[in-house]
Design a protein around this ligand. Structure first.
Ligand SMILES: [Zn+2]
Length: 110
């Protein structure tokens, strides 16, 4: 069974609300989770292709690159995400109000 990533996005942010720049692996992971937040919080389920997130895992050293599925769990309002192919999955908390939170942009698209 694959592990579930439990992510508090605040751990990847500096005092200005931007992703930490160091160490590099933290930055890479932070950018990955930030793109999942944008994709999952996009107000329309048919988010534009540029918001697509590709799986970053490399099972057996082969890049998975499957499209990640993400959604907001209504009860906890955490973001859940899963790779349908390799089953990598996780949960992101404290994403609301970050610069990647698109959930308030609804009125702009209608
Ligand atoms: Zn995958």
């Amino acid at each position: 069974m694959a592990d579930t990533w439990l992510t508090d996005i605040n751990h990847f942010l500096d005092s200005g609300g931007e992703i930490v720049t160091k160490p590099a692996p933290a930055r890479a992971l932070g950018e990955y989770f930030a793109s999942i937040i944008m994709m999952a919080s996009y107000p329309d389920p048919d988010y534009p292709p540029e918001y697509k997130v590709s799986c970053r895992r490399r099972p057996n050293r082969k890049p998975c690159q499957e499209e990640i599925a993400g959604w907001i769990e209504p009860e906890s309002e955490d973001i859940y995400w899963i790779c349908p192919k390799c089953q990598d999955k996780g949960r992101i908390s404290n994403w609301k109000g970050t610069i990647w939170d698109l959930s308030d942009a609804e009125q702009l698209s209608h």
